[in-house]
Design a protein around this ligand. Structure first.
Ligand SMILES: Nc1nc2c(ncn2[C@@H]2O[C@H](COP(=O)(O)OP(=O)(O)OP(=O)(O)O)[C@@H](O)[C@H]2O)c(=O)[nH]1
Ligand SMILES: [Mg+2]
Length: 314
């Protein structure tokens, strides 16, 4: 990436992404650089490279594939850290390219219903706020539904995002039924012919059957108002959890029919590689990534940028 486009949104986003992924890329890059200096490539080196990739959460299949690609035609030759980084970026991009898909809002749906799910603290409410800002900046009429009825603070948090983004918020009393809240919000959004309804849900661990059943009920009740809804079910994943994200995807997909992923907190984690393992395993679309708490810190997911950032290519 060169500096000739300084000041464009593209570059500033690149800075934020590569800055955010610094801990992941330096865990990879430094380890690889240490491995390849003053050695000729042999099987032992490839095994070591594979270990580094596994520790970066890329997953076994991808790690093996990258190590094989590094070895191709290079046995008994000196190899530079940059060579390895280039191979890592190329192979990672191959995995990510098919899943990097924008979230498409079908304008024929009034409203287009987006249900946001995930474990506690993954970044659901913040992502809804960031999305509401984006979608309303594009000229869409957005409504927020405070489906996390467990905590009073959750309702307040969503209301603040509603004020910031000038979007109406439908909320019930704390402790009220989240499925009926979703029902009411959708009915209201339909009457008002709004463009998008973003439904927040309470955080729940993927192994808590009772809470997962409740989520299933939310989906079921939404369908009573509009059989085609929810039109998107976004699973928000916290990158810092590493391998646990795999079982989160499995459980939420089974319960709520996840249509796409958003990965948050890619800033300041050395575990950004988990997105590669998830993409390889589930092939679910990845729509957005979050690299900070601010309203602008959510960006569409692009395979090449992510692959280069993770490989530590400047
Ligand atoms: N660094 C960083 N922090 C984030 C990001 N996204 C969200 N956060 C922070 O993570 C914390 C939890 O975010 P919330 O949006 O409240 O998460 P939630 O999933 O709604 O949490 P529960 O409703 O409790 O399940 C907040 O402090 C957010 O500011 C991100 O991309 N990067
Ligand atoms: Mg929340």
């Amino acid at each position: 990436m060169n500096d000739t486009t300084a000041g464009t949104p593209k570059l500033s986003w690149w800075r934020r992404l590569s800055g955010g992924l610094k801990r992941t890329s330096s865990a990879l890059g430094t380890a690889v650089a240490d491995l390849v200096t003053k050695r000729k490539l042999d099987r032992a080196m490839l095994d070591d490279i594979e270990d580094v990739l596994l520790r970066a959460d890329l997953g076994t299949e991808v790690a093996v594939r990258i190590a094989d690609a590094v070895g191709k035609g290079r046995y008994d030759k000196a190899i530079s850290a940059d060579d390895v980084k280039t191979v890592v970026a190329t192979e990672v991009e191959k995995v990510l390219a098919p899943v990097a898909k924008p979230l498409e809002i079908d304008a024929a749906q009034k409203p287009f219903v987006i249900l946001v799910v995930g474990v506690n603290g993954s970044g659901k409410t913040t992502t809804i706020g960031k999305l509401a800002a984006k979608l309303s900046a594009e000229g869409r009429k957005v409504m927020l539904a405070a489906g996390d009825t467990f905590r009073a603070a959750a309702i307040e948090q969503l209301k603040i995002w509603g004020e910031r983004t000038k979007s109406p918020v439908i909320a019930g009393a704390q402790g009220s039924d989240s499925a009926s809240l979703a029902f009411n919000a959708l009915t209201e959004a339909k009457e008002q012919k709004l463009d998008v309804l973003l439904i927040d849900t309470a955080g729940r661990l993927q192994n808590k059957a009772e809470l997962m059943n409740e989520l299933e009920k939310v989906v079921r009740v939404i369908k009573k108002v509009d059989a085609s809804a929810p039109h998107a079910v976004l699973l928000v994943l916290d990158a810092t959890v590493g391998q646990n994200a795999l079982s989160q995807v499995e459980a939420f997909h089974r319960t709520a029919g996840v249509t796409g992923l958003v990965m948050t907190k890619l800033d300041g984690t050395a575990r950004g590689g988990i997105l590669v393992a998830l993409s390889e395993k589930f092939k679910l679309p990845v729509h957005f990534i979050g690299v900070g708490e601010g309203v602008d810190d959510l960006a569409p997911f692009t395979a090449r940028d992510f692959a280069q950032a993770i490989a530590g290519i400047e």
